[in-house]
Design a protein around this ligand. Sequence first.
Ligand code: FAD
Length: 435
Amino acid sequence: LGLVKYFKYIIVGGGVAAGYAAREFDRQGLVPGELAIVSKEAVAPYERPALSKGYLNPKGATRLPEFHVCVGSGGERLLPGWYKEKGIQLILGTEIVKVNLGSKTLISSRGETFTYQTLIIATGSTVVRLTDLKVEGADAKNIFYLRELEDADKLTESIKTKKNGKAVIIGGGYIGLEVGPAMRINNFDVTMVYPETWCMPRLFTAVLAAFYESYYANKGIKIIKGTVAVGFNAKSNGEVKGVKLKDGRVVEADIVVVGIGARPLTALFKGQVEEEKGGIKTDGFFRTSMPGVYAVGDVATFPIKLYNEMRRVEHVDHARKSAEQSVKAIKANETGKEIEEYDYLPFFYSRSFDLSWQFYGDNVGDTVFFGDNNPLSPKPKFGSYWIKDGKVVGAFLEGGTSEENKSIAKVSRLQPPVENLDQLKKEGLSFASKI
Ligand code: FAD
C-alpha cells in the first residue's frame, strides 16, 4: 500500500477553474503545503479557449507557457514556478479513478491515496465522441476532438502532415465555428457539416447565423446543413478518407474534427452528491450536498439568482468566477464571516477570422436585430436584443469595442423596460450605450 497524502484543500481537476481557485486561495492567505491540485493533464492550469483559437494559427501560434491562467481575464500569468513558490502542490499527469467522499479519499490510477479536509471538484467536461454514438468507422486515424492540450497537439501535428489537404468539421457549435476557420486559415479545403437548419442554434437567431454562414462561405468554407455523418471510409493504412453523410453523399477528408458537444465529468461522484440537470447540484456558494465538498466550473449546477433558476454553464467566465466564489466561501466559513451569494450574469464569447462576438444574459423571448450585418462590409457591426415580459434580458454584439461590450453587459444585467420594439430596433446599439 502506498503512502496516504493529506492536504487541507484538494482541487481535483487542473483546468481553468483550478487555476483561478489557486490564485484566490493565495489572495485569501494560504499556508505552504495546504493546497494540492490533482490533474490528469501534464501541465499547469491554462486558458482552455486558446486551444481552438491562437493555438491553431499557422504563424505565430500561441504556445505554453504563454496562456497559463490568469492571462485570459487580464490577470497575472501563473507559471509552474508560482505554485512552487506558494507551496501549492501541482500533482500533474495524475488521474483520480476512485472517490469516497464519506471517508474523504481520492485514489489515483497509480494507486496513490489522497485525503483532505475540503475538496473542490473541478473536473470540467469531456467531449462526446462519435465512437460513443457507435458511428461506423469513427475510430479511423485523423479523426480529432478538441478538449485538452494533447488533443490540440495531435491536431496541429496532422495539419503539418496533411498540408493543404481537405478538412471536414462535424458540428456547428463553438468548436466547429472556431476550428473551421482555423483550418481554412491553414489553407485547408474546409467543409462543415451539421444537422440543424443553422449554426449555433442554442444561441443564434436565424439572422445572426445567416451572417456567420455567409461570411464563412465567402472565405471559401463549404457548409452542408441538415444532415449528419453516419460513417467514415478509411484508407488501407487506417487513415480517414471520406465522411459518409446520412443523405448519401460522401465528402473527402484528410482530417476530420468533431465538435458535437461535451458532457460534465461527474461519474466519479455518482450517488455520493446530489445532482441536478446533469451536473453536481450546488448552492450560491458552490457547496454540494456533501459537507466540505464544493463543485465549480462546467460540472456545477448552481442557482442563477437573476433568473431564479438552476443552471449548468459550460463557459470560461463562469469557470473563473465560480472558482473564486468557492474559495471565498471556504475561507469565510473558516473565519465565521459571511459573503454574498453568487450572482452570475451569463457571458459567452467566440472569435474566428476577424470576427468577435459577445453575448450577455438570457436568450429567451422576442428578438430585435440591429446594425450592419453585410458579410462583405469592411467592419460588420450588429447585434440582437432578447426581450421578455417587456424587459431586455439578453444582448449579443458582433464587432463591438470593449466599451460597447460593457454596455450590452450592463443592459442585460439591469433589464430596462422597452415599450416599443420598433423604437428599440431604430435605436440599436445606442439603446444599450445610453443605459
Ligand atoms: P476544464 O478547464 O475542462 O478543466 C478540467 C480539468 O480536470 C482538466 O485538466 C482535466 O484533465 C481534469 N480532470 C478531469 N477528470 C479528472 C480526474 N478524474 N482526475 C484528474 N483530473 C481530471 N468558453 C468560453 O466561454 N469561450 C470560449 O471561447 C471557449 N472556447 C473553448 C475552446 C475549447 C477548445 C474548449 C475545449 C472549451 C472552450 N470553452 C470556451 C469552454 C471553457 O474552456 C470551459 O467552460 C472551461 O474550461 C471549464 O473550466 P473547468 O475548470 O470546469 O474545466
